[in-house]
Design a protein around this ligand. Structure first.
Ligand SMILES: NC(=O)N[C@@H](CC(=O)O)C(=O)O
Ligand SMILES: [Zn+2]
Ligand SMILES: [Zn+2]
Length: 346
């Protein structure tokens, strides 16, 4: 039985760091274990231009505790007014590693997102030319579509047509939650990949709703039926390089979660690696953890694998703070519902 595991230092390919006091409080939680992260641009106002991304990157670096090494990989928020030239320049300078597509109204801070896909065609075509990936929040916003079907319908109605219309466009389906998402990735080539979150490997929709409503398990896309969670676990642990970790760790203060209209997002930065080690052990796939956390993502983004390593050790139950204290309020750390026994020891 393996109880010590050394892997290349992980990266997080989908992370919300926010700004100001929240940024200062949550950044150390990610930087402790992760070398790099794709930083989501859904601030208020959103990070749309190269200049805004540069300023945001500087604020992140300024918030980094002394002696900590962490590289934020910046993204731009795609709007109908995004300028293809600005996007291309930000990519050429190495500042940004992707552009993020939010359908307008699909999730937290997505009001500036895309309504009419024809209006972003010039940007998408430019991205295809230069090989810059598009990260997609894949849910339709049509009020007629049931919230549990919004990802599957998005694939048919939006994603597949956009990909056909833009040959060569590299796409990451962010935080997939369905069997349909897994199958869509498997059916295509290496230009299409998907991130999978930690929490979607742990919870299904019952965890949110049975025995009382659990606001800290509410995120978007919302967790689906158990069969979908099983499909995600099989995909994440199966060794296919098109699936990699994007935690989607998304802090909201407790009052904003525990509310009559609670915000969507699970905060998993603190205990993600302990949880993932348990998932991979349960699936008999500990030898594939490194691929998911540390190798597949860099391969897709064309970046080197981190040369440092971290060590996971199985032993006494891991203690972690149930809440992170911020100047804006407390943020509850995701509770996987079982004791964690894998700790990051080095
Ligand atoms: N995942 C979430 O439930 N929330 C994210 C937005 C997102 O990734 O869709 C957030 O910014 O809070
Ligand atoms: Zn999203
Ligand atoms: Zn997200």
């Amino acid at each position: 039985m393996t109880d010590i595991l050394s892997i290349a230092r992980p990266d997080d390919w989908h992370l919300h760091l926010r700004d100001g006091a929240m940024l200062r409080a949550v950044l150390p939680e990610s930087a402790r274990h992760f070398a790099r992260a794709i930083i989501m641009p859904n601030l208020v106002p959103p990070v749309v231009t190269g200049a805004q991304a540069e300023q945001y990157r500087d604020r992140i670096m300024a918030a980094l505790p002394e002696g900590t090494v962490f590289e934020p990989l910046m993204t731009l928020y795609l709007t109908e007014d995004s300028d293809p030239e600005d996007v291309a320049q930000a990519a050429a300078s190495g500042l940004i590693k992707a552009v993020k597509l939010y359908p307008a109204g699909a999730t937290t801070n997505s009001a500036s997102g895309v309504r009419d896909f024809d209006r972003v065609r010039p940007v998408l075509e430019r991205m295809a030319e230069i090989g810059l990936p598009l990260c997609v929040h894949g849910e339709v916003t049509d009020p007629e579509v049931d919230i549990f079907d919004r990802e599957a319908v998005f694939i048919d109605r939006v994603l597949d047509p956009v990909r056909r219309a833009t040959p060569g466009l590299r796409v990451v389906m962010e935080h997939i939650t369905t069997q349909q998402g897994v199958q869509y990735v498997q059916a295509h080539d290496a230009d299409l990949a998907a991130t999978i979150t930690t929490h979607h490997l742990i919870i299904n929709r019952n965890h949110i709703l049975v025995g009382g409503i659990r606001p800290h398990y509410y995120c978007l896309p919302v967790a689906k039926r158990e069969e979908h969670r099983q499909a995600l676990r099989t995909a994440a642990t199966g060794g296919d390089a098109r699936f990699f970790l994007g935690t989607d760790s998304a802090p909201h203060t407790d009052p904003n979660k525990e509310s009559a209209c609670g915000c969507a997002g699970c905060f998993t930065a603190t205990n993600t690696l302990s949880i993932l080690a348990q998932v991979f052990e349960d699936m008999g796939a500990l030898d594939r953890l490194e691929g998911f956390t540390s190798r597949h993502g860099p391969a897709f983004y064309g970046l080197p694998i981190n040369s440092e390593t971290i060590t996971l050790t199985k032993g006494d139950p891991v203690t972690y703070p149930p809440k992170i204290i911020t100047e804006e309020g407390e943020v509850t750390v995701f509770d996987p519902g079982f004791p964690l026994v894998w700790s990051v020891t080095a």
